[in-house]
Design a protein around this ligand. Structure first.
Ligand code: PLP
Length: 370
C-alpha cells in the first residue's frame, strides 16, 4: 500500500505519552558531561518518537528513555536512504528559562523535505510539540553560558520491503545533545576549499531539502578539503561550475566595500533559517542585500581589489563563521587579512542576543518553552 500524503487525520491533536526514564543520568555525571560536551557526542536521557502507518496515520506519540531502535535488515531507509532531518537549538535565558529560535520555520522546512522525499509529511504542530516535550523533560541538560541544547528531529522510512517505492511506514524522532560554545574565545576564521571535482546539488535535485543523502554525497569533497589543510568545503553550481553555492552544511554571505551584502539565490541551496534571519536583520537596518549569483573568479578578483571586505558562513550550529582564506586548485587568497570582520561579528552578536533573550525580538522569532 502506498502513502497517502494527505492522510494526516487526527494528527493535529496528538497527545504525547510521557514516560520518564527509570535510569536518569546522576546529576554529578551530568554536570561532568556538560562541562565540556563538544559537539554531537553527549546525549540527554530521553527522546520523542511518533510513528506513521497508512491505517493509523501519525500515532503512538511518546517521550521515553533514549534507546536504540531495532530495525529489520530489510528496512527501507537502510537501502534507499529515505531520510530527512532538522537542526535547531534551545538556549538558556539569564532568568533560567529556555528559548527555541524559529521552530516554526524548521517545522515547515521539515514538511517540505518530507514532500520532496515522498515521505509522510508531519503536521507542524506535532513537530513543535515533540521538541517542546523533550526540552521540558530534559531541561537539566540545557547548558548555561554560551552553550545550548542542539535538537535533532529526524524521520526514517521504516517499511520492511526491498522494492523501490515510497515507504508506507515512518518513524519520526527527536534526540537532544548539549553543545558548548562552537568557538572557544570567539569565532576563529575558517579556511575553505573550493570543490571543483564534486558538486552538491543540481536543479530539480534534493539540494533544497535536508536529507541525509546530501551529506553522504558531500563527504568526499569535505575529506578533500581536510586533505588540502582546509576546514570546510565550498561547492560550485553543477552546470557551469562557476557560481558559489554553499558550504557542506552552511550558507554563505559576501560583504562589499559599499556596505552591501550578497548571498547566493535560493534554487539549489538549502534555505537556511540563519540565512533568512540575517537577510531580515540586514534589510531592517538599511543594509542592501542582493540574492544573486556570484562566481569564484569574481570572488577572487574582488578579494584582490579590496571591493570584497568580508565573507562568512552561517548556520544553526556555528551561527556565523568568518571565512579567512579560500584555497583552490587555481591558487589561494585571503579575506580581510584572514581575520574575523566587524560585519560578520555584528550579525553574530545580534542573532545570539535574540536567541538567548538578551535583545528585543521584533519578529517573534523566539518561543519560550520554559
Ligand atoms: C542545515 C543546513 C544549512 C543551514 O541551515 P540553518 O537553518 O541556518 O541551520 C545550510 N546548508 C545546508 C546544506 C544545511 O543542511
Amino acid at each position: 500500500m502506498g502513502v497517502s500524503l494527505d492522510t494526516i487525520d487526527g494528527a493535529m491533536t496528538l497527545k504525547f505519552d510521557v514516560q520518564p526514564t527509570a535510569n536518569p543520568t546522576p546529576p554529578t555525571a551530568r554536570t561532568e558531561k556538560l562541562a565540556n560536551p563538544g559537539f554531537g557526542r553527549v546525549f540527554t536521557d530521553h527522546m520523542a518518537v511518533v510513528r506513521y502507518n497508512p491505517a493509523k496515520g501519525w500515532h503512538g506519540a511518546r517521550v521515553e528513555s533514549r534507546a536504540s531502535f531495532s530495525l529489520d535488515p530489510a528496512t527501507a531507509v537502510l537501502h534507499y536512504a529515505q531520510e530527512i532531518f532538522e537542526g535547531l537549538k534551545a538556549y538558556k535565558r539569564d532568568d533560567g528559562g529556555v528559548n527555541l529560535f524559529r521552530p516554526d520555520a524548521n517545522a515547515r522546512r521539515f514538511r517540505n523535505s518530507a514532500e520532496r522525499m515522498a515521505m509522510a509529511p508531519l503536521p507542524e504542530p506535532v513537530f513543535i510539540e515533540a521538541i517542546e516535550q523533550l526540552v521540558r523533560i530534559d531541561r537539566a541538560w540545557v547548558p548555561g553560558g554560551e552553550g545550548s541544547l542542539y535538537l535533532r528531529p529526524f524521520m526514517i522510512a521504516n517499511e520492511v520491503f526491498l522494492g523501490v517505492k515510497p515507504s508506507a511506514e515512518y518513524i519520526f524522532a527527536v534526540i537532544a545533545s548539549p553543545v558548548g560554545s562552537y568557538f572557544k574565545g570567539g569565532p576563529a576564521p575558517v579556511s575553505i576549499w573550493v570543490s571543483e571535482n564534486y558538486t552538491r546539488a543540481a536543479v530539480g535535485g534534493t539540494g533544497t531539502v535536508k536529507c541525509g543523502g546530501n551529506y553522504a554525497a558531500s563527504l568526499r569533497a569535505q575529506a578533500e578539503a581536510i586533505d588540502r589543510g582546509c576546514d570546510q568545503v565550498v561547492f560550485l553550481d553543477a552546470v557551469e561550475r562557476r557560481y558559489i553555492e554553499e558550504l557542506g552544511g552552511m550558507n554563505i554571505f559576501f560583504v562589499f566595500d559599499d556596505g552591501s551584502l550578497s548571498t547566493p539565490p535560493l534554487g539549489t541551496i538549502l534555505p537556511g533559517i540563519t540565512r533568512d534571519s540575517i537577510i531580515t536583520l540586514a534589510k531592517e537596518s538599511g543594509t542592501r542585500v542582493r540574492e544573486e549569483p556570484y562566481t569564484i573568479d569574481q570572488w577572487r578578483s574582488d578579494a584582490a581589489s579590496g571591493r570584497l571586505k568580508e565573507a562568512f558562513a552561517c548556520g544553526t550550529a556555528a551561527v556565523i563563521s568568518p571565512i579567512g582564506k579560500v584555497c583552490s586548485a587555481h591558487g589561494d587568497f585571503t579575506i580581510n587579512g584572514g581575520a574575523a570582520g566587524p560585519v560578520a561579528m555584528g550579525f553574530r552578536k545580534k542573532l545570539v542576543d535574540i536567541q538567548y533573550g538578551r535583545a528585543a525580538d521584533a519578529h517573534n522569532w523566539t518561543r519560550k518553552v520554559l
